[in-house]
Design a binder for this molecule. Structure first.
Ligand code: DO4
Ligand code: MG
Length: 277
């Protein structure tokens, strides 16, 4: 079962049938620890729609903070070691990959998050920009995982590689995060074989594609959540991106007009375009 946030309200979905979910606000839904039961109950009464055509899909982030985990896949560890070797930062990435404590960083406020089909941005002062396709958790204030969505942790690899202390500038800027298209309302673990895929098109042709599966994610998602909630409260809930397992080859950098499609099995596809410089 899925939940969509649109400009015309909130909609549950199962087997391509949609139904309205009444709530005073998106935040009120994310404050409900039994969101699954609430959306299910709304679907048992009332009429169903065939499509959401004519509605604009919005990002699932309202007043929530967005945090991100890093170096949770071997591919991410290797890519960061390479990009920062001249700066002497390489060993940090290896150490955090094997450490008990994960890397967690603040990624975005709702205002910086772009929804489905919106424009993500690359920094004008960066030379090497990439998307990072990441399974993203919608977490209730209690720490319970309410559901899953797709996130894009846009990153400036040259800035991050120059000095690990530049991480916030490489990661947090206007249009640096995309999320959607819905919440998959599952509380339990997603299957390890769940595939994450990315396709980048430039001028109608494929510029890059890659894939991984959740089997490559080194840490249980519940471990990432428990570290995030240590000494930190999120009264409105929080979104947690779980890190990337797909990093394009070193010659690849994003350009204005690129179309980015990220798919995660059972959730859907998040499509965005890179804003023109
Ligand atoms: O340590 C830098 C960021 C790592 C990251 O964003 C990722 O692994 O996805
Ligand atoms: Mg990332």
């Amino acid at each position: 079962m899925k939940l969509y946030r649109t400009d015309k309200g909130f909609f549950g979905e199962e087997n391509n049938r949609f139904w309205r979910v009444d709530a005073p606000s998106w935040d009120a839904l994310l404050a409900d620890a039994d969101l699954h039961g609430r959306v299910r109950a709304a679907g048992q009464s009332g009429s169903k729609l065939e499509t959401l055509d004519g509605m604009t899909l919005l990002s699932p982030v309202s007043t929530q903070e967005v945090w991100a985990a890093g170096v949770t896949y071997f591919r991410s560890r290797s890519a960061r070691i390479d990009e920062s070797k001249d700066a002497g930062g390489g060993s940090f990435y290896d150490r955090v990959y094997v450490a008990e404590r994960p890397e967690l960083f603040f990624k975005a406020s709702g205002r910086r998050v772009v929804g489905p089909f919106g424009e993500v941005r690359i920094r004008k002062d960066a030379r090497w920009s990439v998307p990072e396709p990441e399974l993203t958790l919608a977490v209730h204030s209690s720490g319970k995982i309410l559901g899953y969505t797709i996130g894009n942790d846009m990153s400036s690899r040259d800035i991050e590689g120059e000095n690990p202390l530049y991480l916030p500038q490489a990661k947090i800027y206007d249009g640096s995060c995309a999320m959607g298209p819905c919440l998959l309302l599952e509380g339990g673990d997603l299957p390890k074989e769940t595939a994450i895929r990315i396709r980048i098109e430039r001028g109608g042709a494929s510029a890059y594609s890659g894939q991984t599966t959740l089997a490559e994610l080194k840490r249980p998602v519940t471990e990432l959540v428990s570290y995030l909630l240590r000494e930190n409260s999120f009264p409105e809930g929080v979104f947690l991106m779980t890190g990337t397992g797909i990093v394009p080859h070193d010659e690849f950098t994003l350009a204005g007009g690129d179309r980015i499609s990220i798919s995660i099995e059972n959730i859907g596809t998040l499509e965005n375009v890179v804003a023109a410089g």
